[in-house]
Design a protein. Structure first.
Length: 312
């Protein structure tokens, strides 16, 4: 008898839902809107209805379904309690209990970044490895730690928040978390632009970046690849912080492989060349022998990872 599992990646706008086999083969992926009104009270009911509709459409019986996993944009503890998901309007909601009561199938829940890491470890850039660190480089810096094939979530689901590792004592600007000198202030996409503006302001040297209105992180790396001297200087500074932040994390969790994802990772293999000097300088020697790879699943990582939680 075929065995299926559902994976749900819950965001502030849509919930991505996947129907997969227990071997991880994609059967059907689709989305439903996330209704956040009334503190998100309809979200889990809508997800349950969508899954039930898909089961009816495909003639899938409850006995053929292992369960449903869900990644949530907030801290989730081992019992499924979401302390807060600001984008959804949730506070102290037990996601596992609520979704199970509506779906009548086994449910597991986790933080969305951690769940995405599990997806990459299962079917993406970290496939074949049991100990992996995912570093997501987007508007912020996120992380997910996979230890012996499972998510390392911590006591309250906040494990892997590597974006708030402290890197600089003299940083005058505050991070979104309220602290100063956080990893994501330098290694996120917005951090790269911030570094670029500081370096451009400190030199009179011409750069193509000066002629691009509201340049973005991608422009920095594109111009660096073309040989723009100032862009290269910015990229090297970015790589310094990226390597240092990853080195600190790797010295704690000792991964076999480090996978880079998020929008900045589109810069490609160049990132590895940029980060390795400072990574090798700061990492504990016993953690230096590690592989680097790019994420492969893109926006589907959370769906795969949510499904994988049911297969531990």
């Amino acid at each position: 008898m075929a065995r299926y599992v559902f994976g749900i990646d819950l965001g502030g706008t849509t919930a991505k839902i996947g129907l997969l086999t227990e071997g991880g083969e994609k059967v059907d992926f689709w989305e439903v809107p996330t209704r956040t009104e009334n503190n998100g009270e309809f979200i889990l009911a809508d997800v349950a209805d969508a899954i039930r509709a898909k089961m009816n459409e495909r003639g899938i019986d409850d006995s053929e379904v292992i369960g449903a996993g869900i990644g949530v944009p907030g801290a989730v503890n081992v019992d499924g309690l979401c302390y807060q998901a600001v984008n959804l309007g949730w506070e102290n909601l037990n996601v596992v209990n609520e979704l199970h009561s509506k779906l009548k199938l086994p449910v597991k829940a986790g933080n969305d970044a951690n769940v995405a890491a599990l997806g990459e470890a299962w079917k993406g850039g970290g496939r074949g490895y049991q100990n992996m660190l995912l570093v997501t480089l987007g508007t912020g810096v996120g992380g997910g730690i996979i230890n012996e094939g499972k998510i390392l979530a911590g006591s309250k689901g906040s494990g892997g928040e590597i974006g708030h590792i402290h890197l600089e004592d003299e940083e005058p600007d505050a991070c979104g978390c309220g602290n100063h000198g956080c990893f994501e202030q330098y290694a996120s996409a917005t951090g790269a632009v911030r570094l670029a503006k500081r370096i451009l302001a400190a030199t009179d040297e011409d750069s193509a970046l000066r002629h691009i209105d509201n340049f973005q992180c991608k422009d920095v790396f594109d111009e660096a690849k073309k040989g723009d001297k100032v862009a290269l200087q910015i990229a090297e500074k970015y790589g310094y912080y990226l390597g240092k932040g990853i080195a600190i994390t790797a010295s704690v969790v000792n991964p076999e492989i480090i996978v880079l994802g998020g929008g900045v990772s589109r810069a490609g293999e160049m990132l590895f060349d940029l980060l390795k000097p400072s990574f090798e300088k700061y990492v504990f020697p016993g953690c230096k022998d590690v592989k680097f790879a790019l994420a492969k699943l893109g926006n589907d990582a959370g769906v795969y990872g949510a499904a994988k939680m049911l297969l531990y």
